[in-house]
Each structure stands twice: as C-alpha cells, then as structure tokens.
Design a protein around this ligand. Structure first.
Ligand SMILES: CC(C)(COP(=O)(O)OP(=O)(O)OC[C@H]1O[C@@H](n2cnc3c(N)ncnc32)[C@H](O)[C@@H]1OP(=O)(O)O)[C@@H](O)C(=O)NCCC(=O)NCCS
Length: 174
C-alpha cells in the first residue's frame, strides 16, 4: 500500500509521540555519528511537555504524519532550524525534505533571506542535499551534560519554484 506523508502544525496532544520519535531518532540514527554515551546524553531529559514549552518560548513546530502516525517533526525559531528528527523506520522517504520545505517557507515569510542550523554530524549529508553549506564547527552542550561536535550551516534563499511543501512530500511505502 502506498501512503502519502503529510505535514501539519504541532497539536497539544503530540508530546508523547514526539518524545518517543525524538529518542529513537537519536539513539538509533544520531548515534551513528557519535559514541553511545554521547547519544544517551543528547537524548537525556526529553519530556512530552518539552515541545509545548519550546513552542511557548517562540519555536514553531511542524509534524509529519503517515497514516495518522507521527513520523517526523521540525521546529524553527527566527532564522534557525532548531530541531529536525525523523523516525528511523521512515528515513530516506522524503519526510525531512517535506518538513524542511515548510520550515524554509516560514523562515523566508518571516523576512529572513538566510536559514541557519547547528547540524548534528548525523544530519550533515541531509542538510547538504537541501542546499546548506558548512560555515564552521561548533561544540554544543547536551541535556545530559556531555558536549557534542556540530556544524554551523547556512542556506541562502532561492527563487520560488511554485510548488508547496505539502505538494512536494514524496510518496512512501507504508
Ligand atoms: C537526518 C534526518 C533528519 C534525515 O531525514 P530523512 O527523512 O531520512 O531525509 P530525506 O529522506 O528527506 O532525505 C533527503 C536527502 O538527504 C540526503 N540524506 C538523508 N539522509 C542521509 C544519510 N543518512 N546519508 C546520506 N545522505 C542522506 C539524501 O540525499 C536524501 O535523498 P535520497 O534519499 O533521495 O538519496 C534523519 O535521518 C534523522 O532524524 N537523523 C537522526 C537525527 C539527526 O541527525 N537530526 C538532525 C539534527 S540537526
């Protein structure tokens, strides 16, 4: 069966699903670029309420869904891609690409000509594929106390091509 991935704004009840997905993405995929100890520190302290708290502090969240299941999420604040995680069972299906197009649309609509991200090393190939370029390496603290190497990357605004983020969400085998 082929099903379509759709993107929508985060809802108040999404917290538990986002937290589970977030942990799995770090511990199964993020860990490929770091040590298990560092991945555990990165995943430490996640809570269902955390996403709502971040939203109240000004972060805008989008959620990707497949057959009513949450399979990814992305948040932005000003010109920054703050969080981007995809369920490891649904990577390489275009989930993050669809979320990124929505995020970039919002960033540009808010008047920023450049988008920024502090990319985990596990996400660098994805960001490069999305047109980001590396600026410099940074050391970033994690919730669990260890620090991780990340790459500050930027992407300049490109001319519109006339298709919406939702239109471009690719089909994925369920
Ligand atoms: C990085 C991540 C968000 C990518 O999500 P995704 O839904 O699999 O990405 P997409 O399917 O939209 O990939 C689009 C393109 O990016 C590139 N890409 C994505 N993941 C890649 C990988 N692991 N290795 C190499 N290239 C990759 C490819 O060019 C891909 O196109 P293709 O599948 O046609 O080859 C996801 O793997 C993830 O959550 N990783 C763990 C957490 C993390 O590192 N998040 C980033 C935090 S800043």
């Amino acid at each position: 069966m082929r099903s379509e991935i759709t993107c929508r704004p985060m809802l108040p009840d999404d917290g538990v699903a986002l937290m589970r997905l977030h942990r799995r993405a770090i511990l199964l995929d993020g860990v490929r670029a770091y040590s298990p100890d560092l991945a555990r520190s990165w995943a430490f302290g996640l809570s269902p309420e955390g996403y709502r708290d971040h939203a109240e502090a000004g972060e805008a969240f989008d959620v990707a869904q497949l057959n009513a299941a949450v399979v990814g999420f992305c948040s932005t604040k000003d010109d920054l891609i703050a969080e981007l995680y995809v369920d490891p069972a649904f990577t390489r299906c275009g989930v993050a690409s669809g979320l990124m197009r929505r995020a970039l649309k919002r960033i540009h609509a808010e008047g920023h000509d450049r988008a920024r991200v502090l990319a985990a090393l596990s996400g660098v190939a994805f960001y490069e594929a999305m047109g980001f370029r590396a600026i410099r390496g940074r050391i970033h603290p994690t919730r669990g106390g260890l620090s991780m190497r990340v790459l500050e990357m930027v992407r300049e605004r490109e001319p519109e091509r006339g298709r919406s983020a939702d239109d471009e969400a690719r089909m994925c085998m369920a």
